[in-house]
Design a protein around this ligand. Structure first.
Ligand code: GDP
Ligand code: CA
Length: 331
């Protein structure tokens, strides 16, 4: 096991990858990990480029995450946000801490000076030393929006709203008819992304949001095909346990695209590689063991193990199960 590639969103992808690195340090100390991170949640805010998922992965792996929130920095202050609000600017529902703002300022400065997002990410990671190579899925801006089914505040039914506003301001409680991924179909995978999938010994879909995190990455032209054709096994981890999204609001996203909130439905949504999908194997939680026969019938090898990422050791055990199921398929 030399090269492991993970397709990650924010909190779920970051926490899983932290456990993966802990497991590999013990079991495969020479292995290297590449994390291809969703950038569909990126946005401009107060003149700054914000990359929520890249930052969550970078801070989590680099030891700078606010563990309770799952995003942002610990021991934050909000003085700058308060000053911006005093001017009547900014988005009151998306607070940026003062320490976190430094990351966005440095990134925006690099982008304005002509760096690509990949280059800016590499630069930021020199400080955080995440222990894995972090690649944005694309260097082109891709922004996920939702189309509103109902009017709310200043927004009219039928209009588009940035995904982060729907998610953070409205807690995904307003019905939406579709996700519109602006810039996605014309985007190009960032340098190294397709190679990281092609040359991997194992590709992992961690327990990230299957619609707006992993789904977005898979829709970057070339990435889904790379998953279908890589010689590496592709193993996924269910982000749903016992019919409920574990943390966050993945069920609102799944509902919008017509997929049930269950480990089985998400596994079938990704589909077996042997049937044109992207998975060879799929881990479900022990409470979802009843799904195994249907997954097997669909051509997806699966295993039921505890999938709550309580802490690093329990998450490392999940990563060990991913490696075990990957190896089992090779024999
Ligand atoms: P986001 O970009 O911050 O929303 O993070 P991701 O897309 O990477 O992952 C969010 C999803 O991770 C949540 O919607 C849950 O479905 C899943 N998740 C979070 N914590 C856990 C956990 O402990 N176990 C499992 N199996 N899934 C989890
Ligand atoms: Ca996200």
């Amino acid at each position: 096991m030399k090269n492991v590639t993970v397709l990650a969103g924010g909190v779920g992808g970051a926490r899983f990858t932290r456990g993966l690195l802990a497991h590999l340090a013990q079991a495969h100390p020479l292995a290297t990990v590449t994390v291809i991170v969703n950038t569909g949640d990126d946005m401009w805010l107060d003149g700054l480029r914000i990359c929520p998922d890249l930052d969550t992965v970078m801070y989590t792996l680099g030891g700078g995450i606010n563990e309770d929130q799952g995003w942002g920095r610990p021991e934050e202050t909000r003085r700058t946000s308060a000053e911006i609000a005093a001017y009547g600017r900014g988005w009151s529902w998306f607070t940026l801490g003062d320490l976190d703002l430094a990351t966005h300022i440095v990134r925006t400065d690099l982008l304005r000076a002509g760096s690509t997002l990949s280059e800016a990410t590499e630069f930021l990671c020199r400080r955080w030393q995440p222990g894995a190579r972090l690649l944005p899925m694309s260097d082109q801006p891709v922004e996920t929006h939702v189309r509103l089914a109902e009017s709310v505040d200043e927004h009219r039914a039928g209009e588009l709203m940035h995904f982060e506003e729907w998610w953070v301001r409205y807690r995904a409680r307003i019905p939406v008819t579709e996700f519109v991924q602006q810039g996605l179909s014309g985007s190009v995978a960032a340098p190294g992304v397709l190679e990281a999938i092609d040359s991997a010994d194992l590709v992992i879909l961690p327990p990230s949001n299957p619609v707006v995190s992993v789904g977005t990455i898979l829709d970057v032209p070339g990435i889904r095909d790379a998953l279908r054709t890589t010689s590496a096994p592709v193993v996924g981890v269910a982000p749903i346990i016992g019919g409920g999204a574990v943390r966050g609001m993945a069920d609102a996203c799944l509902h919008t695209i017509g997929v049930d909130t269950s480990a089985l439905a998400v596994g079938l949504h990704y589909g077996a590689r042997s049937a044109g999908g992207v998975l060879d194997a799929w881990l479900v939680d022990e409470t979802d063991a009843a799904a195994l026969p249907q997954l097997a019938a669909a051509g997806i090898r699966s295993l039921a193990v505890p999938l709550w990422m309580h802490d690093v050791p329990t998450t490392a055990a999940m990563a060990a199960a991913v490696l075990a199921v990957a190896v089992a398929g090779a024999t």
